[in-house]
Design a protein around this ligand. Structure first.
Ligand SMILES: *Cc1c(COP(=O)(O)O)cnc(C)c1O
Length: 472
């Protein structure tokens, strides 16, 4: 009985959302193979109810600490309009990183006080747009930028709300490309400049209102500890500013980074180096993070006799990955199969390359691969798998042979051309980064709505779209 349950409920499955159904992969009960037939592949499929569930997990965690908590979805993870609308409908706010994302956020219906704006290289035009919109906060990345915002605010005759982004120098066990809080990273104002930055930020209160302090320790952070250390760093500055100037900071923004377990199915986990495996399988509950941050906050406030300051604080978080990663699946068709008797390998050539999964190439990110057509068949045959691009780096393994991805992917026996496969946890940092390399039209996106109906939310590019904006 138990064995039967295990056989029909694979490790990668998520009950009620991602499951085998009559042999096929089903997404919120919708047959993935039907969708592939109807819309062709490659095809991204998203679940609105999974996004909602992921957001509910966060808001539930917030209720536990009984403090104002503002979650600003990091739009860079996936800024497809339908995704932004689903996030807005689920009731949280948004973090944007460019004028383009600000535009999309407004189009998706976010109100100004729901929007914060990050970025290292904002243009004056972008800053103007943010000030005119009257957003909740512009997160400032340097002293120079404070001056730029002041000038812009003065020109517009408006007042800007700003937060200073600091470098907390907290190391995490994430991927080096995803660690953002070190002095060797490009982000934020370093300790040596913090005092000057605060003085500068408070110098022209009629033009800029310093409302917050921001730090982001990185993405896919597997432990509670770095969030708590980051809080301490921010808190020290908050106290110092208050002692010196009586200016009370209104919000503390601890950034994004709640991790996603990319290794629910661990059948290929042993092929990964230990540190990579531990990072990918992180299963940190956001509630744990919030509880620990709150515990440290109370302790620090008591020590500094500053409960009155803590009482005024809104906590901000900027989750991206944890909201969309497991809500998206990439369907891809095997277009070619070949054998290499010299090495004993069977190769599967799919229609999904690194133009759709950039981090598989840049960060060697692991996306679990299954057969969408034979979702409950044993996956025990090793294949070399590669995408369609005319680029030898377009492979599903680590071309540099450093073992950061499994050399082989496990799929059912006898995979033939035409079989539809699915890459799981493919909702974050994929669609947002895709590009039309090799003249490959960008794929369609389907979203299964809360009511269980699949809806096309992005049509596949046409060949004509490949020439968009090119002048004859
Ligand atoms: C990338 C990023 C995020 C989102 O990180 P996730 O790991 O996707 O939650 C949030 N804030 C900032 C400043 C970022 O750079």
């Amino acid at each position: 009985m138990i064995e039967q349950r295990i056989a029909s409920f694979p490790a990668w499955a998520i009950a009620g959302y991602l499951e085998p159904q009559r042999g096929h992969l089903a997404i919120d009960g919708v047959d993935a193979i039907e969708l592939a037939r109807q819309h062709d592949t490659p095809l991204f499929v998203f679940s609105e109810s999974r996004i909602r569930r992921n957001i509910e997990r966060l808001t539930r965690a917030a209720r536990e600490i009984a403090r104002p908590v503002k979650f600003c979805y990091a739009a860079k993870a996936n800024s497809t309009l339908a995704i932004l609308r689903a996030v807005r409908d689920a009731g949280i706010d948004i973090e944007v990183n460019s004028g383009g994302e600000l535009y999309k956020a407004q189009r998706a219906g976010f109100r100004p006080n729901q929007i914060i704006f990050n970025g290292t290289s904002k243009t004056e035009a972008e800053i103007s747009e943010a000030i005119v919109a009257g957003i909740y906060a512009i997160n400032v990345d340097s002293i120079y930028e404070i001056e730029l915002i002041e000038r812009t605010a003065e020109r517009l005759g408006r007042r800007a709300r700003i937060a200073l982004r600091l470098v907390p120098e907290v190391e995490t066990r994430s991927h080096p490309g995803l660690q953002t809080a070190l002095l060797t990273s490009k982000f934020g104002i370093s300790a040596a400049e913090v005092s000057e930055a605060f003085a500068r930020a408070l110098a022209r209160p009629e033009l800029v209102h310093l409302c917050g302090i921001h730090i982001h320790i990185g993405s896919q952070t597997p432990d509670v500890e770095p969030f708590a250390r980051a809080f301490e760093a921010v808190w020290r500055h908050l106290i110092e500013i208050y002692d010196r100037t009586c200016h009370a900071i209104e919000h503390i923004n601890l950034g994004g980074g709640f991790p996603v377990n990319y290794l629910r199915d661990r059948s290929q986990a042993d092929a990964l180096p230990a540190h990579e495996r531990e990072m990918l399988e992180a299963d940190l509950d956001p509630a744990e993070v919030l509880r620990e941050v709150m515990r440290v906050a109370r302790e620090e406030a008591r020590r500094a006799r500053a409960d009155h300051l803590l009482d005024r604080i809104t906590f901000l978080f900027e989750p991206g990955r944890s909201i969309v990663a497991d809500a998206g699946v990439l369907l891809t068709t095997v277009r070619n199969v070949k054998r290499r008797p010299e090495t004993g390998d069977t190769w599967l050539l799919t229609d999904a390359g690194f133009n759709l999964l950039l981090s598989m190439s840049t960060y060697h990110w692991y996306y679990h691969l299954i057969s969408a057509e034979r979702a409950d068949a044993p996956h025990d045959m090793p294949y070399k798998v590669a995408g369609p691009l005319c680029d030898s780096g377009d492979v599903y393994f680590d071309i540099e042979r450093q073992g950061r991805l499994p050399d082989y992917r496990l799929l059912p026996r006898d995979v033939r051309p035409g079989e539809v496969l699915a890459l799981l946890n493919a909702g974050a940092y994929t669609v947002a980064q895709m590009f039309a390399y090799n003249g490959r039209p960008l794929p369609a996106i389907v979203m299964v709505r809360d009511d269980g109906c699949p809806r096309l939310v992005r049509r596949r590019d046409s060949y004509e779209d490949l020439l968009m904006n090119e002048l004859d």
